[in-house]
Ligand binder design. Structure first.
Ligand code: ATP
Ligand code: MG
Length: 333
């Protein structure tokens, strides 16, 4: 956070994601973003190591006899020390099996947004919508992140991630349409009418599912699958390359599962909206980034016709910041 960010007293948007935490600010009539990986590593404490890290300005804390390196620096130092990064969150919420989860999220959030500049500074933070048929502790997650923000001096309001995408991407249709964020732990979906969420849900097959499943069938580490996927993967059918083909299979499974669940949720909704006009659908999130994603999604959609008419299906121009921007736009309203 630089000096301008410290002085910033306007509303903030915060995307608290399984993989990345992103802060959005509106400065000089422009949206500005800052992000950190939502990850950490631990090292045994030694005074020398600690002073080296401090000297090099590495983002770390000493806790219970360990050095905890967090955020983007965790990935850098994981390579240096040959250790695996750990994550405070899993499947869109704080990981109950990770004792460091809450303190690490607290320090990353504090690094990104600091303390509130006034007693009334607003922050809207993303939370996942419920996963069909599972209680994945959203209430606890929401309360815990809300408390972190209150302790930092903000007036905190949760917003479901799909609705944030609607705010961030669908201003032209008066915030009516379907917003989808395909992230790391979850895909979050919201169908909204005039900014009011009518159907919200999430599905648990997303980026991490692709990495883990591809790792199982190739015998590699999930982190290697993830790096390959982020570096050079295109959704363009089978190529004969083992890793590429495995990623392709599980990408397809994610897309089919997402579209089938979307269709089922709209068909069975008690308050199913009746639209006079067709509505847009917008895709965002890191999992939507690879080339070919939109084409493949559209193909799957054609074979599972939805019970609403779509005017267009498009990709966010800035998929990694869409949720944070939407949370900020909601905070500015
Ligand atoms: N260029 C890329 N190509 C392919 N996948 C990518 C790319 N960049 C990021 N990803 C994948 O996107 C996912 C992270 O996306 P995102 O930052 O939207 O998730 P998140 O918001 O942290 O998670 P969630 O919303 O599920 O809690 C990871 O699975 C990551 O591997
Ligand atoms: Mg997300």
């Amino acid at each position: 956070m630089n000096k301008a960010d410290q002085d910033y007293a306007q509303p903030l948007g915060l995307d608290v994601g399984t993989s990345r935490i992103v802060a959005a600010r509106f400065i000089d009539k422009k949206y500005q973003y800052e992000s950190q990986l939502n990850a950490f590593i631990t090292l045994p404490y030694s005074a020398l190591a600690e002073s080296m890290l401090r000297r090099d300005n590495v983002f770390h804390e000493v806790r219970h006899g360990e050095i905890v390196v967090a955020g983007d620096d965790a990935a850098k130092f994981a390579e240096v020390f040959h250790v695996e990064t750990r994550r405070p969150m899993a499947n869109g919420v704080l990981n109950p099996r990770e004792p460091h989860s809450l303190p690490v999220v607290r320090s990353i959030v504090a690094k990104l947004i600091g303390t509130g500049a006034s007693a009334k500074q607003k922050v809207f933070f993303s939370v996942p919508a419920p996963v069909e048929g599972s209680d994945n502790s959203i209430a606890y997650h929401q309360a815990a992140v809300g408390q972190i923000l209150t302790d930092l001096g903000y007036v905190a309001t949760p917003i479901t991630e799909g609705l944030a995408v609607v705010f961030g991407e669908l201003a032209e249709t008066n915030f009516s349409g379907i917003g989808i964020s395909c992230g790391s732990g979850l895909c979050n979906v919201c169908l909204a009418v005039l900014s009011v969420p009518v159907i919200s849900f999430s599905v648990s097959k997303a980026g991490d599912f692709i990495d883990n499943q591809a790792a199982l069938v190739t015998g590699d580490l999930a982190i290697r699958m993830r790096l390959e996927k982020e570096k050079s993967f295109h959704l363009n059918g089978f190529t004969g390359d083992r890793v590429h083909d495995a990623l392709n299979v599980y990408y397809q499974e994610v897309l089919v599962n997402l579209v089938q669940t979307l269709r089922r949720q709209i068909s069975s909704a008690e308050r199913r909206p009746s639209f006079d006009q067709a509505i847009p659908l917008v895709l965002s999130g890191g999992t939507a980034v690879p080339q070919g994603f939109l084409d493949q999604f559209t193909k799957v959609l054609r074979s599972h016709e939805l019970p609403v008419r779509l005017s267009e299906v498009r990709l966010s121009p800035d998929p990694l910041n869409s949720t944070a921007r939407g949370a900020l736009m909601a905070a500015l309203c």
